[in-house]
Design a protein around this ligand. Structure first.
Ligand SMILES: Nc1ncnc2c1ncn2[C@@H]1O[C@H](COP(=O)(O)OP(=O)(O)OP(=O)(O)O)[C@@H](O)[C@H]1O
Ligand SMILES: [Mg+2]
Length: 461
């Protein structure tokens, strides 16, 4: 009975928003609830039994709150911890970590982590906005441009990529809204920034805002601004539309924008004027809108995640960026580019990848697309000193691909060799079944009697 309640309790932990993790006294992860996946982006099963620093490589014995508790045997309450997960996202958490003691001996530690990444980013963004506003109010200087990429930074000669570059170069000559679609890490932001930097708006602001995971009212006041007293803590503050005046406003993950806000966005795009939250007057704005989403367009529209009227407004020019697995012909180019980039950064002398690593790279699924390739090469170059990137240098997510790729290599041999082997097996089995009756065997495997006789002679049965 007790055990049943214990099982229920453990299952319940998966429904809690906070991440919960337990390590043993060797620092190995013994338990993670489902929410920890949203922090480290790794399947729970893959983390169990592994050392905490292996799963969170950007942490150290000093910065990991769990390992600190193990060392000091003292609880840590509500301490901020920052790390970079394997997708390269910066994650901030508030942790409470407690030692687990049995018979006066510390046998492990348990930690509860609250993800505050979004709240933190939001408050930082607001601070940035205030600074930007301050600069605009106190000097005649133009806003700082935040778009760094141009078309030359987009590596790719795959046919689809060349078409996309031509289309986006044309897009930069017009003011029409652009919708960029593609999975995570495919280079959406590169295209968006390049369009801005090639357009006549290049000396005006480029402002990017992610629409995901922000409560509707906060996003509204961030986009359109607010007037003092319109809601608790509201100040007279310009929104991103005003700040981006004359330039480009990039709304990322537009499919996550709450529907009621989408209706307001549509009105702003049509009227070219905004109304700050709580204000009675309107302000004219001249902003080019570029939007992006990392899901399939049809699915988003079908699922009603984006209003059709808004969708048609935004989707005047659409760029669909292919996954890395769909443009493997760019792999050699990308590998060379990133090797060169990180040789310079880390002062190393890598020249290429081994044949095996290349095979692994073209067999791997690349869920994080070009970003994942970039991080893979950066991690190898930063950690090792060699001329060639070899299999043993690759991070753990390639282990499975290494095996599959080895297996594939094993079955790759001259085709006639494999065909003959199979033919021999079939003829032998048929002969056995018919008690070596040639006519019946020939009928059974549907070949002429003479051919069968020839093959029996050939294989020496
Ligand atoms: N074609 C490319 N050439 C060179 N670098 C690239 C290319 N595509 C992506 N990258 C690299 O990958 C990183 C991720 O690209 P980007 O931020 O544009 O992806 P994204 O599609 O916006 O992803 P997300 O949906 O996760 O925001 C970039 O910082 C860049 O360094
Ligand atoms: Mg992006």
């Amino acid at each position: 009975m007790k055990e049943r309640y214990f099982d229920i309790l453990i299952k319940t932990l998966d429904y809690i928003d906070e991440g919960i993790q337990i390590i043993d006294n060797n620092g190995k992860i013994m338990y993670s609830n489902k929410s920890t996946k949203s922090l480290d982006e790794i399947e729970i099963d893959k983390t169990i039994g592994r050392h905490i620093l292996e799963i969170y490589p950007s942490l150290t014995f000093e910065t990991s709150t769990l390992l600190q508790v193990m060392q000091t045997c003292k609880p840590i309450l509500n301490k901020e911890q920052n790390f970079i997960n394997y997708k390269g996202d910066k994650i901030s958490t508030i942790n409470t970590s407690l030692p687990i003691v049995s018979n006066n001996k510390i046998i492990g530690a348990i930690e509860i982590s609250k993800n505050i990444t979004t709240v933190k980013e939001l408050s930082e963004k607001i601070v940035d906005l205030q600074t930007e506003l301050f600069k605009n109010n106190t000097s005649k200087k133009k806003s700082k441009r935040t778009a760094d990429y141009t078309f030359v930074d987009i590596i790719g000669q795959n046919n689809e990529m060349l078409k996309l570059k031509t289309l986006s170069t044309k897009a930069s000559l017009s003011n029409a809204p652009v919708l960029v679609c593609g999975n995570t890490g495919t280079g959406k932001e590169l295209f968006v920034q390049s369009i801005h930097n090639s357009s006549s708006r290049k000396n005006k602001p480029f402002i990017a805002q992610n629409c995901a995971a922000l409560p509707s009212n906060l996003l509204e006041s961030i986009l359109f601004g607010s007037v003092k007293g319109s809601f608790t803590g509201a100040e007279n503050r310009a929104g991103l539309f005003e700040l981006a005046d004359g330039g480009t406003l990039f709304l990322d993950e537009i499919n996550s924008m709450p529907l009621e806000l989408q209706a307001k966005l549509l009105r702003v795009i049509q009227d070219k004027r905004i109304r700050r939250v709580g204000s009675t007057s309107t302000i004219d704005v001249d902003v080019r809108i570029i939007t992006a989403m990392n899901t399939n367009i049809e699915e988003v529209v079908e699922a009603g995640l984006i209003r059709r009227d808004l969708f048609y407004r935004l989707n005047v020019i659409s760029l669909i960026i292919p996954d890395l697995v769909d443009r493997l012909d760019d792999m050699p180019l990308l590998i060379d580019f990133f090797i060169d980039k990180f040789n310079k950064k880390y002062n190393k002398y890598f020249t290429s990848v081994s044949k095996n690593v290349f095979n692994i790279f073209i067999s791997y699924s690349w869920p994080g697309n070009v970003r994942e390739l970039e991080h893979t090469i950066e991690s190898v170059i930063s950690l090792y000193d060699s001329a060639i990137i070899r299999e043993e240098h690759l991070p753990y997510q390639f282990n499975k691909t290494k095996l599959t790729s080895d297996n594939n290599l094993k079955i790759i041999k001259p085709l006639n060799e494999s065909v003959e082997k199979l033919e021999k097996e079939i003829i032998l089995a048929a002969l056995k079944q018919t008690n070596h009756n040639i006519t019946k065997t020939a009928e059974l495997i549907d070949i002429p009697r003479q051919t069968l006789q020839y093959k029996i002679k050939k294989y020496g049965f």
